[in-house]
Design a protein around this ligand. Structure first.
Ligand code: ZN
Length: 342
């Protein structure tokens, strides 16, 4: 059966890559031993190639067939044939899962890139996918007949139209010498950010922008966010500025974080509060978050019991004791055990 499926996918691959797909990260073409493939409208690329091209480290767990990439503070886990992937522990649904094609692990390029904070564009004419990593936020301008692309729509006084990175790469355009230097000075964000009343420094603005990006991906506590920004080499003062001005409601962040933990594993009420406190939420915020997360603690106890029983055998008393140790009440522990036939 397995062989038949593999053969089928291989056929599909042949039809889909009739026109090969090119993948770029910034202006570099990503070299892959297996060509990118389009499956159900999604570009799939070899897992190691894409993670490494955007500067992430990648580990492969053969027992669970899971690839985990890490960059900065972001961790992305994706498992073969599983439409649920995780970004910093938060579940994300994929319409096309990672899969083996010609015996190579192929992952959706857009999902991985966006999860890692990059922008992705697609240019249909040349079947080019381009990931903007270091030049994220840069606008690209071209003419229909030009040989160069620009980062400024008014460079040389020309009349350009705004294009995508994928178009510029797909057409083989070269960067303009005059405006290319702006790569090192990314333009400040243009959409949705209102400048703070007191003029912020560039460092503060960048930290604030990063903070908002992080909060768009996952939940943070106030101190956790500062730590994350410091990890990204922002100064302590800039990180504090960003946490103070990012507009986050730390109570809702705690609730969001609690929910994301419950997506990965079962917790008891007190166990989850402790976990949130470990993530630097205050006790009050942690209690609020756990109260709001909507968990059924009996069901959590049953799930936890099952996860123990999957690992080893327990006597009834020993199982209940273990669950109580994890912070379940006696009644919840008894319920959890009984749901598993004890
Ligand atoms: Zn230019």
């Amino acid at each position: 059966m397995k062989r038949i499926i593999t053969a089928f996918i291989a056929c599909m691959l042949l039809t889909c890559t009739a026109g090969a797909v090119d993948l770029y990260v910034d202006t570099n073409k990503v070299a892959t031993d297996t060509p990118p493939a389009i499956v159900e409208g999604r570009t799939l690329v070899p897992v190691r190639a894409i993670f490494e091209a955007i500067g992430a480290t990648v580990e492969w767990d053969n027992s669970t067939r899971t690839a985990t990439g890490a960059k900065g503070g972001t961790i992305v886990s994706i498992q073969i044939d599983n439409t649920t992937a995780y970004v910093n522990g938060e579940a994300r649904t994929l319409d096309v899962p990672a899969q083996l094609i010609n015996n190579r692990t192929m992952v959706p390029a857009r999902f991985i890139s966006e999860a890692m904070g990059c922008d992705v564009t697609w240019y249909q004419n040349t079947q080019t996918a381009a990931v903007a990593d270091k030049i994220k936020g840069q606008h690209i301008y071209v003419t229909k007949t030009g040989k160069r692309y620009h980062f400024s729509g008014t460079c040389n006084g020309g009349t350009y139209y705004e294009a995508t990175l994928a178009e510029a790469m797909g057409r083989g355009l070269e960067p303009c010498d005059k405006c290319v230097l702006t790569i090192d000075n990314p333009a400040p964000p243009t959409s949705g950010t209102t400048p703070p009343a007191i003029e912020a420094t560039q460092g503060q603005r960048n930290a604030l922008n990063s903070a908002k990006n992080y909060l768009g991906i996952m939940a943070f506590s106030y101190d956790g966010l500062i730590k994350q920004l410091e990890f990204e080499k922002y100064t302590h003062d800039d990180a504090v500025y960003a946490a103070d001005n990012c507009g986050a409601d730390w109570n809702s962040q705690a609730a969001k974080k609690a929910k994301s933990y419950l997506e990965i594993m079962p917790f008891s009420y007190t166990g989850l509060i402790e976990q949130l406190e470990f993530d630097k939420f205050t006790h009050e915020q942690a209690v609020y978050g756990v109260d709001q997360c909507g968990a059924d603690w009996n069901a959590q106890a049953a799930k936890k019991a099952k996860s123990y029983l999957d690992l080893m055998s327990f006597s009834r008393d020993r199982l209940i004791e273990q669950l109580e140790f994890d912070g379940y009440t006696h009644d919840q522990a008894v319920y959890g055990a009984s749901q598993n036939g004890y």
